[in-house]
Design a protein around this ligand. Structure first.
Ligand SMILES: *Cc1c(COP(=O)(O)O)cnc(C)c1O
Length: 226
């Protein structure tokens, strides 16, 4: 894990590279609250957590007055109730059963939960997300849920051998995004395209991403054993 000075330099560099084209979400899995709060001070736009338990452990220590927290990881249906009033967006909505549970829990709290639909852009059997050809249908379904607000799309492309090979997937995502946004006649503004991580955020932004999720390029290599 990087020290504070390194983290500050990384954030400054990445923000300069993004140059206002995309929001910078700091992916903070395994990062302790003190370092998360330091990153917030340094100007990251959003925080993204992957695991429900870890989020709950860190939640009260994170300075939430300045940034929103997004949930970006695989989400079990039975855990939605623990985070429904703690996160500002769930980016990883990948199936109808999960959306229905978010609807149910949000209704209980009388809130509307902003979400992104996750697309399995590489059609990988081991990855979550709806198949690209099912994305429109899934979004139409999401738009029928009164306590769910569909704000855009998210994807994690296949691991590519060469940097730059992801461009094809990012571009495919942009096409789907534009397609669905145009067809979205329900007055529902879908304006977030969440694409790009440490190795490929600049390619993603080139292809139209406006929210990048960056972990190790800010905080250094993760240590999963803590
Ligand atoms: C961990 C994670 C990231 C950031 O990954 P890095 O390669 O460390 O930048 C982005 N998105 C999701 C969903 C993640 O789980």
């Amino acid at each position: 894990m990087n020290d504070k000075q390194q983290v500050a330099e990384n954030i400054e560099r990445i923000k300069a590279e993004l140059n206002g084209r995309a929001k910078l979400l700091a992916a903070t899995k395994t990062v302790p609250p003190e370092m998360i709060n330091f990153a917030i001070e340094q100007g990251v736009d959003l925080i993204g957590e992957n695991r429900v338990n870890e989020l709950l452990e860190k939640y009260e220590y994170i300075d939430r007055s300045r940034v929103q927290i997004h949930f970006i990881g695989a989400l079990q249906t039975n855990k939605v109730k623990y985070i429904i009033d703690k996160v500002d967006m769930i980016q990883s909505v990948d199936r109808e059963s999960l959306a229905l549970e978010i609807e149910r829990q949000a209704a209980k709290k009388n809130i509307v939960m902003p979400i992104l639909a996750e697309v399995n852009i590489g059609n990988e059997p081991t990855k979550s997300g709806v198949a690209p050809e099912k994305a429109l249908q899934f979004c139409e379904f999401l738009n029928t849920l009164p306590h769910v607000k569909l704000c855009g799309l998210m994807a994690i492309p296949p691991k590519c051998e060469n940097l730059g090979d992801n461009r094809e997937y990012f571009c495919k995502m942009r096409k789907i995004f534009i397609d669905i946004s145009t067809k979205n006649v329900d007055n529902n503004i879908m304006d977030i395209l969440s694409l790009g991580m440490s190795d490929d955020y600049l390619t993603a932004v080139d292809c139209g991403s406006n929210l990048v999720r960056v972990g190790s390029s800010i905080f250094g290599k993760r240590n999963y054993n803590i």
